[in-house]
Design a protein around this ligand. Sequence first.
Ligand code: HEM
Length: 407
Amino acid sequence: MAPTLSAGTPAPITMPTERSAGCPFDPPPELGPLREGQPVQPLAYPGGHTGWLVTSHALVRTVLADPRFSSRMEFRRPAIHRPAIEEMITSDRVPAGMFIGMDAPEHTRYRRLLTGEFTVRRMRQLEPWIERVTDEHLDAMEQAGPPVDLVAAFALPIPSLVICELLGVPYADRERFQHDTRVAMTLESTPEEFDAARHSLGGYLRELVLRKRAEPADDLLSGLVTGGELNDEELTGIAMMLLVAGHETTANMISLGVLTLLAHPGQLAAVRDDPSLTENAVEELLRYLSIIQFGTQRGALEDVELGGVTIRAGEVVTVSIPAGNRDPERFDDPDTLDVTRSAAGHLSFGHGVHQCLGQQLARIELRCAYPALFRRFPTLRSAVPIEEVPLRADMNIYGVHQLPVTW
Ligand code: HEM
C-alpha cells in the first residue's frame, strides 16, 4: 500500500530521467536543485508506491552504509518503469546466489567466498593479459580501417573477454550471453522477454557449472565448484551476476569515456601529455559520468531519520549516484571534467558492504583501454557529430549504443 506522507512534506515527484540536449554527459538538470533544496525527496515509484529519492553525496553514503537499509530484492523496486524487474520482484523468482540482493549474514557468506578472487593483487596479475587482448583489438581495428564502431570493435569485446577468462566461460558463446544480457538490461523488455533471456542465460550457465564439476579447470567458477560450499543453483546465480555485472558496465565506461574525452580535447591532451594522470583521469571519468544512471535502491527495515525526514519501515529509497557525484559540497566545481583533480570518494562503485566487487578489475581495464586507444590512433575522432551518437537513455547503465570513429 502507498504510505501516507506527513503534513509539510513536498508532493512526490517522478524520477528525473531527461538529460539536457546540450550536454549528454550531465545528469538530468532537476537533480541539482533537488539536492540543494530537498536532498531527501518523496518519490513516486511506478505502480503507485511512494518512497524517497536521496541526492546529496553525504546522505547517499549514509544510506549505503546503514544496515537498517536493506538490499533485499523485494526493495529493489526500480524508480522508473521496468515491467520485467517489477514482475520478478513481486513474483519472488529471484535466483539463488545473487548476493547483490541480500543482507548479512547471507550476503557476507557469499561475498567472502569471492573477495579473495577480486583483490588488487589478483587483478594486477591479469594486467599483462588484458594489455595483450587490448593490443590485439587495436590491431584488428587498424587492419579493418576507419570508420569503425568503437563499441563493437573495442569497448564491448575487451571486458567481455576478460570476464569470460576470469570465470571460465567460453568466449565463443558470447553472442548468446551478450544478447541475453542486453534484453535483461533494457528498460522496455517485457516480463516474457526478460524471463526468456534469464532462462536462456541460466540454462547455459547451469550446464557450464555441471561441466566444471566434471572437469574443473583453472578458473574462478571451477574454484567455486571444487570449494564445495555452494550448490548448483547458487553457482549458476553467482556466475550470472558476475557475467552480467562484469561486461556491460565496463564496456559503457570505455565507450562513453572515449566520447567524453573527444568532446573535451583539452582534458584529452592533458592525459596524453602526462600519462601519470591516467589513474586520476579514470576516477574523474567514473565520477563525472556516473553510468549507473537511475541510482540504486534500498528498503528501510525500521523507521529511520534521514536528512530531517522520517523514512518509514518498508519504504523504498533510491540513492542517486549521478546527483551525489555532482555535489558541490563534496567536489569543487563538480560539473567540470578535470582530470587533474582527486575524484577519490566518488560513488560510482557504490559504498558500504555492497560496494562493487569488480571495481579493481574495472579500473585496470579502463587504465589500459583509454591510453592504448589514443596512443594507437592519435587522430581518433567521432565519425559523426557528437549530437548524433545514439545514447543509452533507455538503459539502466548509461553509455552509447554505437560510437562510429575514424582517424
Ligand atoms: C565501470 C564499471 C562498473 C561500475 C560503474 C560498477 C558499479 C557498481 C555499483 C554502483 C555497485 C553497487 C550496487 C549497490 O550497492 O546496490 C556494484 C556492485 C557490484 N558489482 Fe560492479 N560495477 C562495475 C564493474 C563491475 C565488474 C567488472 C564486475 C565483475 C567482475 C562487477 C561486479 C559487481 C558485483 C558482483 C556487485 C555486487 C556486490 C555486492 O552486492 O556485494 N562490477 N557495481
